[in-house]
Design a protein around this ligand. Structure first.
Ligand code: SAH
Length: 219
């Protein structure tokens, strides 16, 4: 059956985002626009606007729409902002951010995922997104500093290089916790460099694996 993806997307925004308190119109518009189904394999298109995360291969997942909305609303990127994302995965969150910010730099650890994300983002014409494959816990020194940083994998703590590469006045959104459950944290870097850390919702992400994340076996 040929699905009406525009209708599914509209329903997703109304029932999963607006109904649960997402208010930022720019975020809602972006998620109404980005064709989420194209970021998963065709066999999953029917389920791609459902209220859950989905597998994207390599043991990784595309986040639940609500979680993408919450994180984007918390980050609140400005149209002139340069944003860093750690954990490209499917590329969906990067596309949503690219609708709102002037440039998105996104880093993925797994080469096959980074390449696939690049293909979809090229197909959709996102020329303001740079995708690279390396351990994103080091940040992206050549592109720093950033107005905003979003980490879409679970981290045991805030990776130090990321904090260093965040502008004063900038904000980082990152799930902090163990492998099984995390708290979404919002870190505001104040003028002078002090960091104000606030808790948001509980969440479950795949682990951030790297020098400043979890070890490769996930422990
Ligand atoms: N934002 C993605 C979902 C990310 S899932 C989306 O919209 O689809 C988390 C991703 O983080 C996985 O693809 C995983 O491979 C990646 N990841 C884990 N550790 C990483 C690291 N150190 N650097 C970069 N990416 C990492």
């Amino acid at each position: 059956m040929v699905q009406n993806f525009d209708a599914l997307r509209k329903k997703m925004v109304e029932t999963q985002l607006i109904a649960r308190g997402i208010k930022d119109q720019r975020v809602l518009q972006a998620m109404l626009k980005v064709p989420r189904h194209l970021f998963v394999e065709e066999a999953l298109w029917d389920r791609s606007y459902g209220d859950y995360a989905l597998p994207i291969g390599e043991g990784q997942t595309i986040s639940q729409p609500y979680m993408v909305a919450v994180m984007t609303e918390l980050l609140a990127p400005d149209k002139d902002d340069k944003v860093l994302e750690i954990g490209t995965g499917s590329g969906y969150q990067a596309a949503v951010l690219a609708e709102l910010a002037s440039k998105v730099c996104t880093v993925e650890r797994i080469g096959a995922l980074g390449m696939r994300a690049r293909k979809v983002l090229d197909f959709l014409g996102y020329s303001n997104i740079a995708v690279r494959t390396f351990d994103g816990t080091y940040g992206w020194r050549d592109e720093a500093p950033f107005d905003g940083i979003i980490v879409t994998a679970a981290s045991p703590e805030v990776p130090k290089p990321l904090l260093e590469q965040l502008k004063e006045g900038g904000r980082m959104v990152i799930p902090i916790g163990d492998k099984y459950l995390q708290t979404l944290m919002v870190a505001d870097k104040k003028p002078g460099g002090a960091v104000d850390l606030k808790e948001s919702v509980k969440c479950v992400f795949v682990p951030l694996i790297g020098a400043y994340g979890f070890k490769a076996d996930g422990r």
